[in-house]
Design a protein around this ligand. Sequence first.
Ligand code: ADE
Length: 224
Amino acid sequence: MKISILTIFPEYFDSPLGVSILKRASEKAAVEFEIINIRDFASDKHQTTDDRPFGGGPGMVMKVEPIDGALQFLLKKAKSQNRKILLTSAKGVMFTQQKAIEYSQCDELVIVCGHYEGVDERVAAHLIDEEVRIGDYVLTGGEAAAVVIADAIARLIPGVLGNELSNVNESHSRPGQLGFPQYTRPSEYRGWKVPEILLTGHEANIAKWRKDSREDGDENKRTQ
Ligand code: ADE
């Protein structure tokens, strides 16, 4: 899979994509990341990517032309039509594990990072497939959201996680499902004991205990 990120802050991604599982995913060529600087597609000598909103109001709005230019550049060299183009935005649809699973089926995913007071609405209307938010709060920019989305999707690509079963039984792999409690050595620490059953080696009983101990993912029933 190829994940392309369009941003005005390309350096933002050096660290998140350069460590741990996402770094290994690139090295193993399971996922190819491409970071595109939207500024490179601005037409004026100051490489302007934002402007004042029509109708007045505070803040600046990201311009449509540089984003369109960057997307055309990407689409021209695309190898597959099985592609989704996302725009990060506090007013988008919620990004969930089900969305991550859906997007992970694509050959190419493009994430446009929104900024400032917003993005010229013609981007959402004509250039992208879906506007997505990662939570009900407002970020300073879409880069943090793009990292979250890319991470959640990349770990679903075959070959990225060490153990393919790792993402079968985990939290949210089915709607509302949360993971079971995990423990490792030592079996007792400061008097805090690991549940006895996990030390018995009895697979069927352990499986039942794990099933029974899954927390209910229903937000309304959760205490914290
Ligand atoms: N940009 C600003 N806030 C955001 C959010 N919650 N999700 C995605 N993009 C955003």
